[in-house]
Every structure is written in C-alpha cells, then in structure tokens.
Design a protein around this ligand. Structure first.
Ligand SMILES: O=P(O)(O)OC[C@H]1O[C@@H](O)[C@H](O)[C@@H](O)[C@@H]1O
Length: 272
C-alpha cells in the first residue's frame, strides 16, 4: 500500500494506492471521495457542486455519519463527524487509519469518544470500517452510517438486490413500515428507506454491471436517491445528478448502539 498526502479542491487528502487501485480520502470527515479499482473505472459519485470549504459536509463519496443518523435526535442532521477534520494516523498493516477523538460537547453531545476509520484497498475491493470507543466515564448511545454514494450510469437501469424479505421504514412516506416483497429495489421518484436486519450481501445492479456490497456490524441498510424534485432543491447537486448515483448505506439507525465506559463497537462495509 502506498500512501501520499495530496491537495484536492484545496482540501488535504490522503491518496491510497494498492494493486493498481486508488482511493482518495479527505481529512475533512475522513471521507472517501474517489475509489477506482484496478480496472480504472470510478465507482463513487462525487458532486461537481460539492462544497470544499472546510466546514460543510461534502456531497458524495462515503460520508461518515456519527453520532446521529439523520434528524433522529437533537443534534445537527447526520451528526458532526462528517464536518470535522480527522487525523491521519498512518498505515497499520494493509489499512490506512484515520481518527477523530475528543468529545462532542460543542455539538451538543456531551460524551468522550474515539472514532477510527480503517480503509483497506485491493485490486478489486474497498473496505471501510468504523470503530467507536467510549472513552468517557458514563454510557453513551449513538447511531451511525457509512453513507456511500455509488455511481451509476443511469438510475432508471439500476436496482439493489439482497433486501427481499427485509422490513423497512419508508422515510419518503412519513416513516411508514413495509416489507420488501420484490426481489429488486428500483428507483422511481424519491427513495429513502431504512432496511432492518440486513444479513445477506447486497448487490447494486447498474445496467449490465454489478457491484457486491457486504456489511458487518451494522444492522441496517439505507437506500437513498432524491429523485428529480428533491434533487432540484439540493444546492450542492446539479439538477440531473439524481440519475447518476444510488446511496447504499451501511447503518446502525433503527436501534442505537450503546457503549459502557471503555467499550467498543465496530461496523464495516465492503464494496467489490
Ligand atoms: O443532505 P444530507 O444531510 O447529506 O442527507 C441526505 C440524505 O441522507 C440519507 O441517508 C437520508 O436517509 C435522507 O433522508 C437524507 O436526505
């Protein structure tokens, strides 16, 4: 694994290369911005209108959502980890490691924690693992996700497999509860669903291509595409961008993780 600090859009990043594959990770949010396996084809979506001002969350790649998913609590939407500067800790074995430690007091979350993001890269595979440790003296609870923006050629030809039989909360329709009966999840209009108890590997079908998505430790999977109308209201997306990505997020959302002092949690997502 070769590691090199570089600047991309005025933002400090770490470029990781291994076996002909490349990943680019911004220190802002420890956010993977780009992943190109050895075949040279970019697999992640990064908005051309993404804001790189050192404060805002970056639209695209793999934002780290912690310690609150969405607006399911009193904190800022999707928590503060995606808009903080993480530290690059170096390579550990065949992984690049990023860390964010301290407390969330200034963001309204009075807990001490240590978060680590471990990124592994091979010719064909990207693994992103999030570890949370409670470094305080009282228990803490959090929700989290790896909010992966997967690039597609055409959302009309895209589908997610592997969710059949799972129950989901439909956030685009008032949080109503449903069961996934169809083999595939396809995208018509705004799609915003939190699938529970996801165990099987998922696959993103993009025309005649397929990407395998596995998760470990995370109980839920979130599937999100804003559709045309919501996309038009999101300032850091171009009007047509909803056609170009599907978010498949490994999440711990419906049930918060609770850590006693000194305890650790970890969850990962692997794309291949
Ligand atoms: O615009 P944000 O804050 O990055 O959020 C994007 C989307 O993230 C998804 O994870 C949520 O399920 C959606 O409800 C949300 O709109």
């Amino acid at each position: 694994m070769q590691i090199e600090p570089i600047t991309f859009r005025d933002t400090s990043c770490i470029r990781i290369q291994a076996e002909g594959a490349t990943a680019l990770v911004a220190l802002h949010g420890a956010q993977v911005l780009s992943w190109t396996p050895a075949d040279g084809r970019e697999r992640l979506f990064l908005s051309e209108r993404a804001v790189f001002d050192g404060r805002a969350a970056i639209r695209g790649g793999i934002p780290v959502i912690f310690p609150q998913f969405g607006e399911r609590g009193p904190l800022q939407k999707h928590g503060f980890a995606r808009s903080r500067e993480w530290r690059f800790e170096g390579a550990e074995g065949d992984e690049a490691v990023f860390a964010l430690a301290g407390d969330g007091r200034d963001a309204g979350w009075p807990h001490s924690f240590r978060a680590r993001l471990r990124i592994g890269l091979t010719a064909t595979r990207l693994t992103v693992a999030l570890e949370i440790e409670n470094t305080g003296a009282a228990p803490l609870a959090f929700t989290a996700a790896l909010h992966t923006y997967l690039r597609v050629d055409d959302i009309a030809q895209a589908a997610i497999e592997g969710l059949q039989g799972c129950d989901y909360e439909d956030s685009a329709n008032g949080g109503t509860l449903h069961r996934q009966h169809d083999y595939e999840v396809t995208f018509e209009g705004e799609t915003d669903r939190i699938y529970n108890d996801v165990v099987a590997p998922l696959a993103l079908i993009d025309g005649d291509r397929s990407l395998a998505i596995e998760q470990d430790g995370f109980g839920d999977a979130v599937v999100w595409n804003p559709g045309e109308h919501l996309c038009a209201r999101i300032a850091d997306l171009a009007p047509d961008d909803w056609r170009r990505f599907a978010c498949v997020e490994a999440g711990q959302v419906l049930q918060a993780a609770v850590l006693a002092p000194g305890e650790r949690w970890s969850g990962s997502q692997t794309l291949e």
